[in-house]
Design a protein around this ligand. Sequence first.
Ligand code: F6P
Length: 341
Amino acid sequence: MRIGVLTSGGDCPGLNAVIRSVVHRGVVDHGDEIIGFVDGWRGLLEEDYRELTLDSVSGILAQGGTILGSTRVQPSKLREGVPAAKAMCERLGLDGIIPIGGEGTLKAARMLSDAGLPIVGVPKTIDNDIACTDVTFGFDTAVSVATEALDRLKTTAESHQRVMVVELMGRHTGWIALNAGMAAGAHAIVVPERPFDIDKLTAVVGERFQRGKKFAIVVVAEGAKPEPGTMEWEQGSIDIYGHERFAGVATRLSGELERRLGKEARPVILGHVQRGGTPTAYDRILATRFGWHAVEAVHKGAFGHLTALQGTNINLVPLADAVADLKTVPAERYAEAETVI
Ligand code: F6P
């Protein structure tokens, strides 16, 4: 068989492990020919691809990023490109296409699948917010990087008796903030799923200082917002792909806490550090399993599905189910953390 693979959207540790796994399973076990589209959907639309051999994926398992490159494409451009993509698929004799991506990519994958292309998706995002899969690869790495950063910030916060307000990624969901916050013992965690109450946050941090503690760590997911009407709040701007660009929740909260508490506060925005570098062992294994199962799905003709971790098994789930809703942090998980505002 001839199978195309591409990586699209924001990158994520573990993408190379999926690519390598697709090539190993396809070439070695099935005698397939694997091609990689360059820069995600752009490569597919412009027929920019290269052959992926065992040699070309040698040594990439532990590498962050993606050897294929990744870009975002506006959904309208992709919609217009459907007839060309179908023609290209026939011309290249593709039996399957494996797009590896997050919410936006999987929605695009569903559209192409509905148009008749032989698609099997693989979910990826450090945000862990794809429905139907218990975990996405990249998440464990991001949580580990964020936890190490929080541990390091504790020592400098204590030396200077400061409040550190640490912004972690998560535009719609607070999975990274909740898990890294729990792992590092943060004193307050603010997530997008729960609009925060600035009075309550001030009281939690202030009470800690009253108990004689010298510092506080507040973790906030980038997409967190206050309860409407409780604090002045500018909306972020909307980028060319229709995504909200956030205007620095940590900077705003840190200024507000410093003013209200009379304690020095500093914002720290961890940003893309969370997405870079080598994947953890957990992410390498999950990514490798996803790649293996995606090739099997192509061979079975199970198009219109994506690979998903459910319990300890990798199952195939319809793309339509996976993109219907985001997987948000359930309320029961907040109760287990120290203080979720
Ligand atoms: O979707 C993953 C993510 O890391 C989000 O948490 C974050 O908002 C976004 O990507 C940032 O993307 P970009 O690389 O376009 O700045």
